[in-house]
Write a protein that binds this ligand. Structure first.
Ligand SMILES: [Zn+2]
Length: 104
């Protein structure tokens, strides 16, 4: 597996993953499993599952970095817990980490 993106912002890593997936590229976010607030500052990496997608994924990541509007658009698919800063996909209505409800 090759990594195409590294960030210390978990939400950004998920954003890149969802962007790649919306273009038909299977991706995953790694980095250590986050169980507390302090750990969410650890670098998060985005990997493509198929090496053959690596080049295309790099292009997409570059595009994404150049187009901040796309980033805003995709960020709306995620929300960040106001209590512990954990990042969640939009379908989750409360924080798995501390139980805080998703803001409206
Ligand atoms: Zn939380």
């Amino acid at each position: 597996m090759k990594s195409v993106f590294t960030t210390d912002q978990k939400i950004e890593a998920f954003l890149v993953k969802s962007y790649l997936e919306s273009h038909g590229i299977m991706a995953k976010v790694s980095g250590k499993q986050v169980f507390n607030v302090r750990q969410s500052a650890l670098p998060q990496k985005v990997y493509v599952l198929e090496d053959s997608d690596f080049h295309r994924a790099n292009e997409l990541v570059k595009e994404l970095n150049e187009d901040k509007e796309k980033i805003q658009l995709h960020l709306s698919d995620y929300w960040k817990c106001s209590q512990c800063s954990e990042t969640h996909e939009i379908q989750f209505s409360s924080c798995w980490n501390c139980g805080t409800s998703r803001p409206n």
